[in-house]
Write a protein that binds this ligand. Structure first.
Ligand SMILES: C[S@@+](CC[C@H](N)C(=O)[O-])C[C@H]1O[C@@H](n2cnc3c(N)ncnc32)[C@H](O)[C@@H]1O
Length: 282
């Protein structure tokens, strides 16, 4: 299946996040941080919060699991942690840049399927399929039917990701599948719930940090650029403002109106860890 415009811009966004995150903040992961009570909410601590998140997810791997398929492995860091713990791990990665980064990290220890999960074709079967903040990007029906196919009998499905709550307000916060629809689909599947932990409270601070970066870094940089152009070339600035007016308005509404806060995250999103077991009779 050909990549859509949305897939490509999402890939570029994740690629930019991984390059900037590594360079400026020494981040190894591409997921939210898990903010424990004792950890000061500061961007300089994001790498610690991300490591806490990885530890939290990995600690929910059930006993007996030996082989894992890490779907949407990002930079490959969680797969690396799992390999170091003795698990056998394969990865799915649709983004060439992230695949390269994962290959450098994992060497020959893991097979990396360079495709979307929807397009994955393999006869391999695993004891656990892991979606670490990647479930939201994948068609839910296909994610569940493929997982059913790629799991050994009695295998596990582990999802840690954000979902959209059903609220009457029109949300300005994108991302996440509908939680209600997820419950409907999973209820009709062959998966039985083993564990569910709500980590919305521990992940919401990431939004406050993002809001802070937007307000204290991005906005002044944009204002500086606009001021420069206003003095140097006001006609070009007018033209740019007119040509990209819709995109500018959209980006402004989305990022610069101070609404992407932890409080709003808790109102509109739900960040959940779900562990399911495939029914062995299926
Ligand atoms: C937010 S990152 C999370 C990465 C990693 N799991 C982590 O926890 O750091 C989302 C990941 O999902 C992957 N992804 C996006 N769409 C996908 C798809 N259709 N199939 C498989 N992976 C996908 C991206 O390439 C990216 O690696």
């Amino acid at each position: 299946m050909k990549k859509t415009k949305k897939d490509i811009s999402r890939e570029l966004g994740l690629q930019a996040a991984s390059i900037c995150g590594k360079y400026f903040l020494k981040l190894d992961h591409l997921h939210y941080g898990y903010w424990t009570r004792d950890l000061e909410i500061d961007i300089a601590n994001l790498h610690i919060a991300q490591n806490e998140y990885a530890k939290f997810v990995i600690s929910h791997t059930p006993d007996g699991v030996k082989t894992i398929l890490d779907v949407g492995c990002g930079t490959g860091q969680i797969a690396k942690n799992l390999l170091d713990m003795g698990y056998q791990v394969d990865c799915v990665c649709p983004c060439p840049f992230l695949k390269e980064r994962t290959s450098e990290l994992l060497g020959n220890e893991s097979h990396i399927f360079e495709c979307s999960y929807e397009n994955l074709q393999t006869v391999n079967q695993y004891d656990m399929v892991l979606f670490c903040e990647s479930f939201q990007y994948i068609d839910m029906e296909q994610a569940l039917s493929n997982t059913d196919k790629f799991l050994n009998s009695g295998g596990y499905l582990l999802i840690c990701d954000l979902f959209r709550k059903e609220t009457l307000d029109k949300t300005f916060m994108g991302g996440g599948h509908s939680l209600t629809r997820f419950y409907d689909l999973i209820a009709k599947s062959s998966f039985r719930l083993i564990e569910n932990v709500d980590i919305t409270e521990q992940t919401a601070p990431n939004m406050d940090l993002l809001d802070d970066v937007m307000e204290r870094v991005v906005r002044p940089v944009i204002d500086g650029g606009v001021c420069f152009l206003e003095n140097r070339n006001p006609i070009i600035l007018k033209l740019l403002r007119w040509k990209y007016r819709r995109k500018i308005n959209k980006a402004h509404k989305k990022y610069l109106e101070g609404r992407k806060t932890g409080e709003n995250f808790k109102k509109y999103k739900s960040y959940q860890l779900f562990l399911y077991k495939k029914d062995s009779q299926e």
